[in-house]
Design a protein around this ligand. Sequence first.
Ligand code: GLT
Ligand code: MN
Ligand code: MN
Length: 391
Amino acid sequence: MPDRDYQPRAEHKFSFGLWTVGNRGRDPFGDAVRPPVAPVDIVSMLAEVGAWGVNLHDNDLVPIDATSAERDRIVCEFKRACERNGIVVPMATVNLFYHPIFRDGAFTANDPEVRAYALQKTMRAMDLGAELGAKIFVLWGGREGTETDACRRPDIAVERLRRAVNYLCEYSIDRGYGFRFALEAKPNEPRADIYMPTTGHYLAFIPTLEHPEMVGVNPEVAHEQMAGLNFMHSVAQAWEAGKLFHIDLNDQTPGRYDQDFRFGSANLKSAFWLVKFLEDVGYPGPRHFDAHAYRTEDAEGVKDFARGCMRTYLVLKGKAEQWNQSQEIRAILDELSTEQAQFKHFSKANATSLLARTFDKEAIMRKRLEYERLDQLTVDILLGVRVVTSA
Ligand code: GLT
Ligand code: MN
Ligand code: MN
């Protein structure tokens, strides 16, 4: 059992955004409770707690109106801090939601000047990400939506978004950046409704692009749960389509605002199925925590938060290993499915024989499906009252 000490290591690929551990606890009803922390200090804090990577929006690092000399100095210092601390930058993104110019959206805004500015800002953020070594570029369209559908037709918004993503793919190719774009869905907040509300919507959008091979998704736990969905199912569908380019781990209680809680803090069981899925299929990408500490915490509490995200992931990974090694679970699973090789592919002959076949429904229904016991065995493992040791 490799992770019994639950110590994060580089091979686990745990990353945090500058905006996550740097979150100051501001909310719509109250001001910041924590002082700002310089990006270079965030990098050394991440190294201290055992993270592998740091992600950023352009303006988490470089102020929106910085001169190019200021920008270069800031980037150079940041790069040095990353090297000194052995922290990598796997993913970069662009802030297209904070400045009031984006009040009606960015790529989908009605004003063509706003759309052009959004493209320019994103290209510059790609330059920055490439300079820092990032190969994944996340696009989260937080303002791409509406309060009233009187303002534009949603199909026109989709077409504008398509043109923007096509443009950015060409820019990455032209510059030789090698970016893979990861599109992040969210149903609402900050807009009343956001276009592309779920990962599934993006999975349907991607094949309509000019370079679908360059574009995948970045599902976030809280965002799919806000839409009332089973997050692991969304992740699995993205994975099966070869589109799981990145993932945002956090937690959320159902039916609330976007809480961005510490990973595993609200729904341990669904966090377990998620970790088990990612580990079972061998998802090779970063495990990014897009979450922040409770507003009640100080700087030390932010470290507790970051350590907690990684520790819970590793504990659940250990539980998934136990689950996979449990003889009792294995025995139930072996009973459940046997492959019907004959009907994998259609042929006239097997269709004729299938049409002619009689099924003994009573006999089939007598077969037990021991899902209650299976689930209780899972709960026992999760609660630690059944410890499965490796053979
Ligand atoms: C913002 C949002 C996140 C996105 C980030 C990327 S920014 O904090 O809530 O879900 O992943 O733009
Ligand atoms: Mn996110
Ligand atoms: Mn969120």
